[in-house]
Design a protein around this ligand. Structure first.
Ligand code: B3K
Ligand code: ZN
Length: 873
């Protein structure tokens, strides 16, 4: 496969001013007529017009109305070359495509018999011949025609401007999108759908029609999505001054979708997982996920659509920024600290893993073979951290001035990450030249911090070094510009006022230092008592922090730090340290003992629950096995699992009475959805999880009762998840009952599959294999693949990493089976194996063996080829 490089970017030789599309929708054959009004790029010497196109049956091509004979153009597997064309001209093409055979779910395809599209990144070329690149922005008008009985609803971007019947009995609708857009934002949907309707009046007084389209069976499940959309629209006006710009905003939910959702202009297409919810079918987490994804796609209307990317290397321009926006939104809608904790957990567990492995790449990558492989945690989550650091460095007002300038200056254009930073510089007068390295340098920086208190001089000196380890293709790294938020906590638990040498006044509480060099020493004056430093408050930068805390200092911060994030983080560090010691004892065959300090700290948490139950629930959760693995040098999943399980069991044993008390105290007679009620459910269910580690029949009976009596999915799932981990008759009974009750609801069946796939019971791999033949599973549906195979490979370390290698063999087989059908999802599925170098020697060899087998398979997609070859390279 060919490698595409950022440095090779050249502007488009032709612009498309207008794209006039006609679809005669049909299964098996759909006909697509395109009429493109073109203008040659005056800045370049005249060159040929080369349109992208794949798997298109070309029927006709004409220039300025004259049909071309075959010798007048060149048609290859993925291009149509029309040679040099006049400065202004129109190109017409007519092609036939077969959406029913499209299993890649990219381009035009069928989901539950309805037509839908996914064009980002390069799917439009599977619909018609076009310059499929984001810096070509055109006005689109689209006419859809179809059999009215089978496809009564016909949707596309923009506003509907005409509709009617055709002489042959088909009906049609014409849509016009007044905003120029790249073709990756094109969408159409046609089928038998019903809608929930509402309206939103923008700050400027425009009334916008809101429509959520779903299959009739899901009509009652759209309320939360609609509510979330309206919240998001109001929030973006309030916080970023961004208003919606069309008369109509539509969301369509489909069951077959490669990712979460897609921000097509005025017509978002969503994975139904992020739209449909009712208390009986969706958990509190699902509700939060829906709110966040609805908001994310809505926010793209400005950060992505009105201002888009020049090329795909700039993907984080829209994704990092939009993730930051949705994170801030969720923080405002729910709990800021809990949201931060969840995001940091994701980053430190999975983005760090990516950044430290063979697929590490900068937030703005330099090269790719298949762009779909670069919708990564680095581009999204680290990209969001980079924007967050800008927000921290410039302050909320400066940042807002910067984004205002960015939107104003680049509206209607396709731009770069650099343009974004420059707009912020111009609006604030700050120099961000060193900061820009965050976009170009891969790898996770390590901050080494040490503190020294001199009681006689009354100074406290903090020494901070930074170092970024090498990553593939980047052996040497330069120092980054890092906002380093901190406080010094006095013995009474109160933040000391901070004054650096040379400053006039001391400032109480958190302050943000700026690191720009490989090493800094900060001297704080008038520090009379020895403080405990609370470092990187709120997780102010995506780095690994090294500071040699004692257990007692961590317990102290866990109890007293005023920064909620750092209070939680201190607990995580303490637990991680305890588990690491247990792992060593486990490996060396020493008896395992419960750490008294950790026990005391947890007891204290439970005895004094504080106001925020969700935060407490988070604090009680031990670091995940995946997180612990990320901290290890030669990962031994079994040692991690056993050490962590020992600790859970031992804590539950010691804390049993108070866990039970808390469990009962947080059971509410009726189901409500306030943040408080959600927090209470969460805490109750975390207590239940601990108690179930006891393998005690009374507790198991309690868990069965919760399952049976639950009137909402959060409580039912919590109980069922705990039951799925224990080998008792109640497990089989509950799983069978759940299946019987929900077999017709695909999203709920995904949960049922995932629960079984993530059970740590020894028979799980066999169970997963059996489930691949169950009617609830379907290899062609990405949600099913993720729920069963994905959950097993990335959510069940101890079983996936069985020392026999059976888990690896199974995964590689599934990847090879899926690759010809859906390369995008197949490549994703393969990622757990790419970490092979991190494991102890036995597993390392087995994992590499499976990767090699995959790579040696003929006819691999470039998606899977790129991942497998880079992983081994
Ligand atoms: N922009 C889409 C992702 C498209 C992925 C293409 N492989 C969803 C989002 O980030 O909002
Ligand atoms: Zn996005």
């Amino acid at each position: 496969p060919r490698t595409i490089r950022r440095e090779d970017y050249t502007p488009p030789p032709y612009f498309v001013e207008h794209a006039d599309l006609g679809f005669e929708l049909g299964d098996p054959v759909t006909r697509v007529e395109a009429r493109l009004t073109l203008r040659r790029n005056p800045a370049l010497p005249p060159g040929p017009l080369v349109l992208d196109g794949q798997e298109l049956g070309l029927k006709r091509v004409a220039v300025d109305g004259r049909e071309l004979a075959p010798h007048e153009y060149t048609l290859t597997e993925d291009h149509l070359d029309l040679g040099i064309l006049p400065e202004r001209c129109t190109v017409e093409t007519s092609v036939e495509i077969r959406p029913g055979e499209n299993t890649s779910l990219e381009g035009l395809y069928l989901s539950s018999g309805n037509f839908c599209t996914q064009c980002e990144a390069e799917g439009f070329r599977k619909i018609t011949f076009y310059p499929d690149r984001p810096d070509v922005m055109a006005r689109f008008s689209t006419t859809l025609s179809a059999d009215p009985a089978r496809y009564p609803v016909l949707l596309s971007n923009g506003n509907p401007v005409a509709r009617g019947e055709l002489p042959d009995g088909r009906h049609f609708v014409t849509w016009e999108d007044p905003f120029p857009k790249p073709c990756y934002l094109f969408a159409l949907v046609a089928g038998n759908l019903v809608s929930l309707e509402d309206t939103f009046t923008t700050a400027g007084g425009r009334e916008v029609k809101l429509e959520i389209w779903v299959e009739p069976r899901n009509a009652e499940k759209c309320g939360h999505a609609m509510h979330s959309l309206k919240q998001a629209m109001a929030w973006d006006e309030r916080v970023f001054g961004r208003e919606y710009d069309l008369d109509i905003y539509m969301i369509v939910a489909v069951d077959d979708f490669n990712m979460g959702a897609m921000e097509n202009k005025g017509l978002n297409v969503f994975n139904s997982k992020y739209v449909l919810a009712q208390p009986e079918t969706a958990t509190d987490e699902d509700y939060e996920g829906i709110e966040a994804v609805i908001a994310h796609e809505y926010f793209h209307n400005w950060s992505g659509n009105r201002v888009t990317c020049r090329d795909w290397f700039q993907l984080s321009l829209k994704e990092g920024f939009t993730v930051f926006r949705d994170q801030q939104f969720t923080a405002d809608m729910t709990s800021r600290a809990v949201k931060r904790i969840k995001d940091v957990n994701l980053l430190r567990t999975f983005q760090f893993r990516e950044d430290g492995g063979p697929l590490a790449h900068p937030v703005r990558p330099d090269a790719y073979q298949e762009i779909n492989n670069f919708y990564t945690l680095t581009v999204y989550e680290k990209g969001a951290e980079v924007v967050r650091m800008l927000h921290t460095l410039l302050g909320p007002e400066g940042f807002r001035r910067g984004t205002d300038r960015y939107f104003e200056r680049f509206d209607g254009q396709a731009v770069t990450c650099d343009d974004f930073v420059q707009a912020l510089e111009e609006a604030t007068g700050r120099d961000l030249s060193r900061f820009r390295r965050w976009y170009s340098q891969a790898g996770t920086p390590v901050l080494g911090v040490s503190g020294h208190h001199d009681p006689r001089a009354r100074t406290y000196t903090l020494t901070v070094t930074q170092h970024t380890p090498p990553t593939p293709g980047q052996p040497d790294k330069l120092p980054l510009h890092i906002p380093f938020a901190l406080g010094l906590v006095g013995p009474d638990g109160v933040d000391l006022p901070l004054r650096l040498a040379g400053e006039a006044e001391a400032v109480a509480g958190t302050r943000v230092l700026e690191l720009t060099e490989a090493e800094h020493a900060f001297v704080f004056e008038a520090i009379g008592t020895t403080p405990v430093p609370s470092l990187l408050r709120g997780y102010s930068a995506p780095v690994r922090l090294r500071y040699d805390y004692s257990d007692a200092e961590l317990a102290f911060l866990m109890a007293h730090d005023t920064d909620e994030f750092n209070r939680w983080d201190a607990g995580q560090r303490l637990a991680e340290r305890v588990i690491t010691r247990l792992m060593a004892d486990y490996r060396d065959g020493r008896p395992l003992r419960l750490d008294e300090g950790l026990l005391a700290a947890y007891r204290k948490l439970l005895e004094d629950p504080g106001a925020d139950r969700r935060l407490l629930a988070q604090a009680l959760m031990l670091p995940s096995e995946a997180y612990l693995a990320e901290q290890s040098d030669a990962i031994d999943p079994e040692a991690i699992h056993n050490a962590r399980e020992f600790l859970r069991h031992a804590l539950a044993q010691e804390l049993r009475p108070i866990l039970l008390e808390s469990y009962h105290a947080h059971r509410d007679p009726d189901y409500r959805v306030s943040p408080e009620a959600i927090g209470r459910r969460r805490l109750k269910n975390v207590c239940l999880g601990y108690l179930m580690a006891l393998h005690d029949e009374t507790i198991q009976a309690l868990c069965m009762t919760q399952y049976r009596e639950a009137d909402n999915m959060t409580d039912a799932m919590a109980a069922l998840a705990a039951l799925a981990q224990v080998d008792i008759p109640g497990r089989i009974e509950a799983l069978a009952h759940f299946h019987g009750r929900w077999r017709d609801d695909p999203l709920v069946m995904d949960k049922w599959l995932a629960l079984q796939a993530t059970s740590s019971l020894p028979g799980t791999l066999e169970e997963v294999k059996r489930l691949t033949r169950h009617p609830a599973f379907n290899l062609r549906n990405p949600n099913k693949v993720r729920a069963l195979i994905g959950a097993f490979a990335s959510g069940n370390p101890v079983r996936f990493h069985d020392p026999s290698g059976a888990g690896y063999l199974f995964l590689a087989d599934r990847v090879l089976e899926l690759d010809p059908l859906n390369p995008q999802v197949a490549a994703r599925l393969l990622t757990p194996l790419t970490q092979w170098r991190r494991y102890e020697p036995g597993r390392r060899a087995l994992m590499a063996g499976e990767l090699k087998r995959v790579l040696a398979t003929p006819q691999l997609s470039k998606d899977v080829y790129e991942i497998a070859s880079k992983a081994l390279g």
